[in-house]
Design a protein around this ligand. Structure first.
Ligand SMILES: Cc1ncc(COP(=O)(O)O)c(C=O)c1O
Length: 393
């Protein structure tokens, strides 16, 4: 099939901005508050209503959100924080920024999220060796929620705090509930980077039902500066700082975009699901491919469409297929290089490749093929035809 791209690459993911988004941003750009104004507060209210948390604190990005979670939970050098190796660097890095010890638990091959059975063995092993597992960060990979019911069970059993790095799963549901993330996790983090299911350009948030945590995050995001009636008594200019803080603020015009994007999240997710179902049809009939599986009680958000290709059974390597696909204007991606393969983590924490059999298989096969709001069936067929041709199927 020939496809007219107007020289545009078909990306594994991209944002969607319409005139109403632009209008809302311009309104704020013409106002007196570009930052630290009411649009931020408004966005936070709408996020907590949509995702069912009592509180939401918006931030400059999702990495800042994860880092500040570690700060408010007082992670320290004696604490072990367990996450999945199949995640973006930011998840693991946030543990290191806080001076805590990252540990990685292999994924399951059903939905590529953390394997809860292996996780319990890991926790028991740490306890046996007198090590404290302080938090677990579940990653709802590609938009498929983790096994949160069992994660919650483990967190209660072993008194471990539970964090959902929910950056991929905005719009996903468990048992029809889009507020599932805060139902199970103590703290939920978001990213609104443009490839995510909704965007603020750069941006992120921490959602929680804990008032103290929310208050702390909101202080830390702005240099931990306290300005209140007490400080004003000493002079109207006065402010107080008792611990180190940061500038992790987001602007009001980004939040205006966020509010308008949030209104469209349901539509975005529905359309992503339709596109995913179409890919399922196109790829399900060849044993070389493994299409994403979904647990029966799950509504997927399809931030990504991870297609597994068994490269052992074809004559082209993954590397060459990526290069050839790019020549055909398809920008594939891999999500992700497992954290334990990164030199920094390999050298410093001595992770052993053999401890991650599922992640190893997954990494050798995973290819993120283009999925985004408004991808056309014609484009999807082009992706399928191109891959079939390159794989000589
Ligand atoms: C799973 C996951 N966690 C954290 C992040 C970090 O978010 P941000 O890019 O907004 O800092 C991302 C974003 O790429 C992500 O995919």
């Amino acid at each position: 099939m020939n496809y007219n791209f107007n020289n545009q690459l078909l990306h594994y993911g991209k944002h969607f901005i319409d005139n109403s988004d632009i209008k809302e941003v311009i309104k704020v750009l013409k106002s007196n508050n570009l930052t630290q104004g009411n649009t931020i507060i408004n966005f936070e209210k709408k996020l907590s209503r949509k995702f069912g948390s009592k509180y939401a604190a918006v931030l400059s990005n999702g990495t800042a959100a994860l880092y500040l979670v570690g700060r408010v939970l007082n992670w320290s050098s004696k604490d072990i924080i367990i996450t999945s190796p199949i995640t973006f660097l930011a998840t693991a890095n946030s543990i290191v920024y806080n001076g805590a010890q990252p540990d990685l638990c292999d994924i399951n091959l059903n939905n590529y999220t953390i394997d809860v059975n292996r996780l319990e063995d890991k926790i028991k092993n740490h306890i046996k060796n007198n090590r404290k597992v302080k938090s677990i960060i579940g990653v709802d990979y590609a938009g498929h929620p983790c096994d949160w019911k069992n994660l919650k069970f483990l967190s209660k059993k072993y008194n471990i705090s539970l964090i959902n790095d929910c950056c991929h799963a905005l719009g996903a549901k468990i048992d029809g509930n889009e507020k599932y993330a805060i139902k199970y996790a103590d703290i939920v983090t978001h990213s609104y980077h443009p490839v995510k299911n909704m965007t603020t350009g750069e941006g992120g948030a921490v959602l929680t039902n804990n008032k103290i945590i929310d208050k702390k995050i909101k202080l830390l995001r702005s240099h931990s500066m306290i300005r209140n009636n007490e400080t004003k008594k000493k002079g109207l200019w006065n402010y107080r700082m008792t611990e180190i803080g940061y500038n992790y603020r987001i602007t009001d015009f980004q939040c205006a975009l966020g509010i308008n994007q949030l209104k469209k999240l349901e539509k975005f997710t529905k359309e992503r699901n339709k596109s995913a179902k179409f890919y399922d049809k196109l790829f399900k009939n060849n044993e070389i491919f493994q299409i994403p599986k979904i647990n029966s009680n799950i509504s997927h958000a399809y931030h990504l469409y991870p297609l597994l290709i068994n490269f052992e059974k074809v004559s082209i390597s993954k590397k060459l297929m990526f290069e050839e696909a790019l020549r055909k204007k398809i920008k594939l991606q891999v999500h992700y290089i497992p954290i334990y393969l990164q030199k920094f983590y390999k050298d410093k924490y001595e992770f052993k490749i053999n401890n991650f059999p599922n992640s190893n298989i997954f990494y050798s096969r995973e290819v993120s093929i283009p999925i985004f709001y408004k991808i056309t069936k014609e484009q999807q067929i082009y992706v399928k035809d191109t891959l079939y041709k390159l794989l000589k199927l």
